[in-house]
Design a protein around this ligand. Structure first.
Ligand code: 6PG
Length: 470
């Protein structure tokens, strides 16, 4: 019986939550998992929603259970498993059916799969889904990519299950092919940067100001009522205040951060596109350094730990809040700049205001500031966020705090790589006369690469290096 509106493959945490969300919004859904017992357990634990869930034991049963033209969401691990699943489904599906990859795919893979779909069918959408387990269950932020007509076909379901910002669904078609997964990758790069900047500021409060974890939690709680209001600040307050009964949780968690690679993809792509995203780069670098625990311990044994405790009054919590505000604006300006670069390079026409809007609710980086960003980008879609009057004013007010935090941190051995990268970028971006004239002179000296002059027109000019060589 073809009674399901949609199908879903992969009942891991995210897949199971998404399936429950779909059923809850009134859409009958057919589900299939490689391990049949998982499928039956899922349905048996679905409570009232079970009546809208069709548990299937084979892929053929799954396909038969979905109304035509069929739409099937894949929630399997990113990478070869997606290709294998598509290959297994293809012979069972009609050309007009639709496969939706809702995992964290690399957008290059999504581009390839979209091309393969055009040649071999069925239709294909690549969809970035953010919000973790809770988001998948109650309303994620959804970034779609592929043919617009395919998006429109499933948009009623996706909009119904997505997070809402003041009633507006956080589910948007971003563009063709891998556009949705690309936007999700940038989201994750920003996620890494937001998290790293919060961790850096936590470090200043812990090691520099000597605050306890619950005291730090109280600071984050307070910040969450101001311009920094965001999911990540909110959960940072929560984790700072949590205890295992005997200790604050933060004091007993190993300082070695994991990663699945999406932040790295963002950085690699930014390098390919020559788009500077130094805050995100620093955040990815810091995760990599965090994983090198043995080396860090060796370093501490050889060089001694820096005397991080700050003299009284050297840095205030208020300055740290300003540093975080500035760092955040700079990081997002870089992220949006990367999106512009990708949009041009890939001919995507990515909708900047819509991206800011779709990130306002449901996703990990959701925040009040994203609403201000959406407004700034709606006023002028092509503008650089750091030059939008609202954010330029914020930067004028907050960069002194950032400068103070970074300089005091450097003077006392408190590593603040992401914040420092933001500050350096800010200073570079307001320097009309940089030092790249030196680079051009060097390049011309050793390779006759040519330069332009300030006082003469023309390119490919050369210096009198031969005559003046020592
Ligand atoms: C989201 C997240 C999610 C990501 C985790 C873990 O938007 O819901 O970005 O997709 O997988 O945050 O990512 P890392 O393991 O790379 O930290």
């Amino acid at each position: 019986m073809s009674t399901a509106n949609i199908g879903l493959i992969g009942l891991g945490t995210m897949g199971a939550m998404l399936a429950l969300n779909i059923a809850e919004k009134g859409f009958p859904i057919a589900v299939w998992n490689r391990t049949t017992s998982v499928t039956h357990k899922f349905k048996s634990e679905a409570g009232d929603l079970a009546e809208r869930i069709i548990a299937t034991e084979t892929l053929a049963d799954l396909v038969a259970a979905i109304a035509k033209p069929r739409s099937i969401i894949l929630m399997v691990p990113a990478g070869p498993a997606v290709d294998q699943q598509i290959e297994a489904l293809r012979p069972l599906l009609d050309p007009e059916d639709l496969i939706i990859d809702a995992g964290n795919a690399n957008f290059h893979d999504t581009n390839r799969r979209a091309e393969e779909a055009k040649a071999k069918g069925p239709h294909f959408l690549g969809m970035g889904v953010s919000g973790g387990e809770e988001g998948a269950r109650h309303g994620p932020s959804i970034m779609g990519g592929g043919e617009k007509a395919d998006w429109d076909r499933v948009a009623p379901v996706l909009e119904a299950i997505s997070a809402k910002y003041q009633g507006i669904p956080c589910a948007t078609w971003m563009g063709p092919g891998g556009a949705g997964h690309f936007v999700k990758a940038v989201h994750n790069g920003i996620e890494y940067a937001d998290m790293q900047m919060i961790a850096e500021i936590y470090g200043v409060m812990r090691d520099g100001l000597g605050l306890s974890a619950p005291e730090i939690g109280a600071v984050f709680d307070k910040w969450n009522d101001g311009p920094l209001q965001s999911y990540l600040i909110e959960i940072s307050a929560a984790v700072s205040k949590a205890t295992d009964g005997a200790h604050p949780m933060l004091d007993v968690i190993l300082d070695k951060a994991g990663q699945k690679g999406t932040g790295r993809w963002t950085v690699i792509e930014a390098q390919n596109l020559a788009a500077p995203i130094p805050v995100i780069e620093a955040a990815v670098m810091a995760r990599n350094v965090s994983a090198r625990l043995d080396d860090r311990r060796k370093g501490e044994a050889v060089f001694g730990a820096a005397p991080m405790a700050l003299p009284k009054g050297a840095l205030t919590v208020e300055a740290l809040e300003q540093a975080m505000i500035a760092g955040k604006i700079l990081c997002y300006a870089q992220g949006f700049d990367l999106i512009v670069a990708a949009s041009k390079e890939f001919g995507w026409d990515l909708p900047l205001p819509a991206i800011a809007r779709v990130w306002r609710e449901g996703c990990i980086i959701r925040s009040t500031m994203l609403n201000d960003m959406a407004t700034a980008l709606e006023e002028d879609q092509g503008r650089d966020l750091m030059f939008a009057p609202f954010f330029a004013d914020h930067l004028r007010a907050s960069t002194p705090g950032l400068r103070q935090a970074v300089s005091v941190g450097a003077a006392h051995g408190l590593p603040l790589p992401a914040l420092a990268a933001g500050l350096a970028w800010f200073d570079m971006m307001r320097t009309g006369r940089s030092t790249a004239n030196m680079i051009q002179a060097q390049r011309d000296f050793f390779g006759a690469h040519g330069f332009e002059r300030l006082d003469q027109p023309g390119t490919g000019l050369h210096g009198p290096w031969g005559a003046h060589m020592v």
